[in-house]
Design a protein. Structure first.
Length: 77
């Protein structure tokens, strides 16, 4: 399994997540909003092009949600 990493930061009540979820940005966006109980329009997911869609990168992963929650608690990315 490939290692995963995500970086998240909050600006007020809006969340930005940088993630390697190449093919599943829309799914990741919606899932994070749902899991955090916030509207979809308050979540932005950014993923740079990274080639093939191997390693189950087509949906929200635990690392994305954990990064968002830790960023919220710490006030830092």
């Amino acid at each position: 399994m490939e290692p995963r990493s995500a970086v998240a930061f909050w600006e007020g009540d809006k969340l930005t997540v940088y993630t390697p979820d190449r093919a599943g940005v829309a799914n990741c966006h919606h899932d994070i909003a749902r899991d955090l109980g916030i509207p979809d329009e308050k979540v932005r997911v950014i993923c740079q092009y990274m080639g093939g869609n191997f390693g189950n990168k087509n949906q929200n992963q635990d690392a994305d949600l954990i990064a968002a929650m830790l960023a919220k608690q710490s006030g830092l990315p």
